[in-house]
Design a protein around this ligand. Structure first.
Ligand SMILES: [Zn+2]
Length: 498
């Protein structure tokens, strides 16, 4: 029995802070209030400290990290993670499990072999293995497709389509919390609309969430939102737009329209919401810059297309046309080989100069040298847009973090303290209780997590105690792997993990 004594309680519902104590017994919160604690309770003096629910990260790529009990999230106060985002989940594995591992490699940073095949097996393993957080998982469309039909692009055969539906159904029944797409990533990007409608209908039937990394966040941002709204309308599913933002200076003005369109859609009855991370830069695989048809058949096929002197100029032209950022906004974050590490932390103007080639050619050369295994970090947005996203009533705050061997995006180590410290306290973008709501009660409600994300008697004792005047992220773009400051205690189901 633990009593968090005399703190400032922010309960996660969006309500204002109040002075109270929190009593934890057998992994559950049993009382909140001013009453004197029972004599047998271990007393933790929380005078001057803030007590909140454990943080919930609904857009995480920690599918494999949670199994290894990596501390990057626990140190920030995260006690629940939703993995399987952007079309990438480490299951189903199908007949050729290595194909799904290869597909997920850059994002999931998985080990050499995975011991599971299905949603049921992964979830069961995660539940037994993960000490630091509760794991919720979406079925990734890309993984589902590869397990069913390999890395081939284009429409599935009717039997393959039936099989995809069947596996999705089975996964949702086994406890997956929804379905995710990554429509900027091959091969999912090549799926015909009918395939997405059918899979979203299965998701809708179970009342679960459909989360999407849309087809474009750049020049086609508004068209992409329309596509997803149409899909949600037709399939009747709940729609979560992942890491919403307008990428590239030329597109910044579109964000206001995008937000207006989402508000309208809600008024029309579509259950849509979105999430955003509190950083101006994004991070993904470098192959993202290429036209996705070049990835038909996987990385080896992409490399042989680049090697084809008749195709290379066309690929260059399309890459330039679709890249919304400036070349000096795009940095190498990680490379597969040790020799490639010298490019980490440098942008493509610098790299191109040193190599004596055009920036687009530098992108191709590095992909070739690294066998396609390169991650990038790119500065996408402006401050004013980021503020409007984080303040928007439909916004949940997420990390979108994933581990890479070079220099991971600082969001993996700093998202939650960055929101509460820099964004809420220092910049005054949000009152603290509103910021807390966006990483506790709000995401819990979105995913139907009962008894999580709120402090009330009967809820799971996922609790964070921090110093609101001192909490801050120390992770930076140059030096991301740093523990935050100001977090005193983290409890997961009553067990102290930090
Ligand atoms: Zn994504």
């Amino acid at each position: 029995m633990i009593h968090l004594h005399n703190g400032t309680v922010i309960d996660g519902t969006g309500a204002e802070p109040k002075r109270a104590g929190v009593l934890i017994e057998d992994g559950v919160i049993t009382a909140i209030g001013q009453a004197a604690p029972p004599a047998e309770a271990r007393l933790i003096d929380c005078t001057g400290l803030t007590i909140t629910p454990g943080f919930i990260d609904i857009h995480s790529h920690s599918d494999v990290m949670v199994l290894e009990n990596d501390r990057a999230k626990a140190d920030q106060g995260v006690t629940t993670e939703v993995v399987g985002n952007c079309g990438f989940s480490p299951y189903p594995c199908g007949a050729d499990a290595a194909a799904v591992r290869r597909y997920g490699h850059a994002i999931l940073a998985g080990g050499e072999s995975w011991g599971w095949q299905s949603a049921a097996e992964y979830l069961d393993y995660a539940r037994r293995q993960s000490r630091l957080c509760s794991v919720w998982s979406l079925v990734g469309h890309g993984s589902l497709r590869i397990a069913t039909m390999g890395p081939r692009q284009g429409a599935p055969e009717p039997a393959e389509m039936d099989r995809m539906e069947g596996i999705l159904e089975e996964s949702l029944q086994a406890g997956s919390c929804g379905f995710s797409t990554g429509l900027m990533y091959a091969p999912g990007s090549s799926a015909p609309r009918e395939e997405l409608v059918r899979l979203c209908r299965v998701t809708a039937k179970h009342g679960k969430v459909y989360a999407t990394h849309m087809r474009s966040y750049t020049h086609q941002l508004l068209e992409s939102i329309e596509e997803q709204l149409d899909l949600a309308r037709e399939a009747g599913c709940r729609l979560q737009i992942s890491h919403l933002q307008a990428v590239g200076r030329a597109n910044w003005s579109k964000q206001a329209q995008a937000l207006e369109r989402l508000e309208q859609a809600r008024a029309e009855g579509i259950d849509v919401a979105f999430d955003s991370y509190p950083y101006l830069a994004g991070s993904t695989v470098l192959t993202q810059l290429l036209p996705q048809w070049t990835l038909d058949g996987g990385i080896p096929a992409m490399l042989s297309r680049l090697a084809d002197t008749t195709l290379r100029p066309r690929i260059a032209e399309e890459t330039i046309a679709q890249t919304a950022q400036q070349w000096n906004d795009i940095f190498v974050a990680a490379t597969g080989s040790a020799e490639g590490a010298r490019w980490v932390g440098r942008n493509f103007v610098e790299i191109a100069e040193e190599r004596g080639v055009e920036p687009v050619e530098a992108v191709f050369e590095i992909l070739e040298e690294e066998n396609g295994d390169v991650n990038m970090l790119s500065f996408n947005q402006c401050d004013d847009n980021l503020r409007k996203l984080l303040q928007h009533p439909l916004c949940t705050v997420i990390s979108d973090g994933f581990y890479v061997k070079g220099r991971p995006h600082p969001r993996l180590y700093g998202t939650f303290p960055c929101l509460l410290g820099e964004m809420a306290r220092e910049r005054g973008w949000l009152p603290l209780h509103d910021a807390v709501h966006r990483i506790t009660g709000k995401p819990a409600e979105r995913f139907g997590m009962r008894g999580r994300g709120v402090l009330r008697p009967g809820a799971a004792a996922d609790v964070v105690v921090f110093d609101a005047a001192a909490i801050r992220a120390r992770a930076t773009y140059e030096s991301p792997q740093q523990k935050p400051e100001g977090i005193r205690f983290v409890f997961r189901e009553g067990a102290q993990i930090t």
